[in-house]
Design a protein around this ligand. Sequence first.
Ligand code: GLN
Length: 490
Amino acid sequence: MHTKSLSELAADLKSGAYSSVELTQYFLDRINRYNTALNAFITVTDESALSRAKAADEQIAAGSAGALTGIPLAYKDIFCTDGVRTSAGSKMLDNFIAPYNATVVEKLNQAGMPMLGKTNMDEFAMGSSNENSYYGVVKNPWDLARIPGGSSGGSAATVAARLSPVATGTDTGGSIRQPAAMTGITGIKPTYGRVSRFGMIAYASSLDQGGVFGTSAEDCALVLTAMSGFDEKDSTSAEHAVPDFSASLKDSLAGLKIGLPKEYFEEGLDAQVEKSIQEAIEAYRKMGAEIIEISLPNTPLAIPAYYVVAPAECSSNLSRLDGVRYGYRCENAKDLTDHYMRSRGEAFGVEVKRRIMVGTYALSAGYYDAYYLKAQQIRRLISEDFQKAFETVDVIMGPVAPNTAFKIGEKSDDPVGMYLSDIYTISVNLAGLPAMSLPVASVNNLPVGLQIIGNYFDEAKMLNIAHQYQQVSDHHQQIPTAFDVTRGGE
Ligand code: GLN
């Protein structure tokens, strides 16, 4: 069952080959067997998963099933789930039981998808390696000594090892695309505003966007259709019609204009990763696409701008976690100041503290113009670069990350080095554009992801482009040996 696509699973459920309860139990068993090695889940919700699966079976029997009814999934532990711990990977929220569902959770519940559990992540989604989680590092299923990417590393590892058919994620600066690339799966971050942020614990509100991981573009398309749409509870949600993202998957790519930004192929990109990307582009040329070199000249400014804007917004968003309302509370506070300082000091991790300090500094009266305002101006220039490019090309392609998955601990003492690995992903968030990653190669048995960046609300086209590649390649079907009994795993 773990090798089947969502539409195959749905067909099997409808034909009665197995029930949703059996399917859900099958994945719970896989989690039980493999999660200790991966540390991909923070919470497993077996009981509620099975009771939802039972309800889905009744719906299927009544003939009122939709495309996803009865197919289980996992949620990044940043999506609020009613009655279930929602930790955001932090000691601060280790005791937080969400009193309501995020809109995404509500929508996927309505679609009939049982929740298997909540996945591990970098604390408050800050990180690129999943080493910043209070619950410990997540391992990459392709090599347990390596990181799975971050911040949605738990979701990515879960799908890569087939512990869940699909999983949700969030992407503020690359946190869906980069872990998808590092673990050899498909992940899409839609246009800012496409998916409601209501009930998604905020990191940097003007950059955060929810999305999905699957093993294929086809699977991502199905789930993205169900999770997208205007939400009056999110003031930045877009009033934009949601197409059926599955409808155009089979469209021909003849005449497609693909832009390759020259700045994405300069110094810093690993030679073997570059070669893999070029080979994938060549495959697109064979499918009838035209390849055009473009320039995104402000790319070098993206990291400095992002690492001002994101910390500034996080310092404001995280100020609500003060030990008074909810979350961690220190013991025996001497007075209110001591209460605030120790509650926050004891519960936040090093990276979160670093960013709160940077953000507070950047927003302080004397420095606002020099840092925050400047970063916002750069953000505008970066958006304009993309808009100029989209006058001549339909989509942009390039690498997701400069390297394949690195070793656990390799960059822990080098925050700036870690930030630099976000070079190809963060411009997209600054501009609010949709982008995705799909697996196109394996270098020393480690996956390489190709990034596709689209214009606003062009997710259908991007998914079509990714799907066409997956019709002529089998990278997306590769399962790490240790997690597949049919290939010699345990
Ligand atoms: N690595 C980036 C950061 O640490 C992006 C994280 C994300 O997208 N949530 O901020």
